[in-house]
Write a protein that binds this ligand. Structure first.
Ligand SMILES: COc1ccc(C(=O)NC2CCC2)cc1-c1cc(C(C)=O)n2cccnc12
Length: 121
């Protein structure tokens, strides 16, 4: 079978893909890699109305559904706020979400994005 190469139609999609890779490095336990299920988190889908995770964000990049970085930033915020709503403050998930949101907003700062753009051009 052919090697599965991450092909992207536009440079902007490539930029978003690089941003997601940097964000996922801040989630070493992969707590945010896939959708949270009711099996591992009882009642989750009743409490959280707008679930989000990195695999869903990756799909959105592939389908070219993000028109701006702001939209990706919004999904990152939703994902972290979901975890800080469902989980109690003393849990590893609440703490991981708080940290991810903080470091994620730094990665998405204009300066960091400018540097990333230059590395792709
Ligand atoms: C994709 O979601 C997950 C994947 C794996 C794990 C996991 O490895 N949990 C082990 C660490 C202690 C059990 C946890 C989660 C997980 C994320 C979350 C979030 C993000 O709220 N969560 C909430 C309650 C229970 N489990 C989880």
């Amino acid at each position: 079978p052919l090697l599965k190469v991450e092909e992207y139609q536009t440079p902007f999609q490539e930029l978003l893909h690089q941003v997601l890779r940097q964000l996922q490095r801040k989630d070493p336990n992969a707590f945010f890699s896939f959708p949270v299920t009711d099996f591992i988190a009882p009642g989750y889908t009743m409490i959280i109305k707008h679930p989000m995770d990195f695999s869903t964000m990756k799909e959105r990049v592939k389908k070219n559904e993000y028109q701006s970085l702001e939209e990706l930033k919004g999904d990152l915020r939703t994902m972290c706020e979901n975890a800080m709503t469902y989980n109690r403050p003393e849990t590893i998930y609440y703490k991981a979400a708080k940290k991810l949101l903080h470091s994620g907003m730094k990665i998405l700062s204009p300066e960091r994005i400018q540097t990333l753009k230059q590395s792709i051009d």
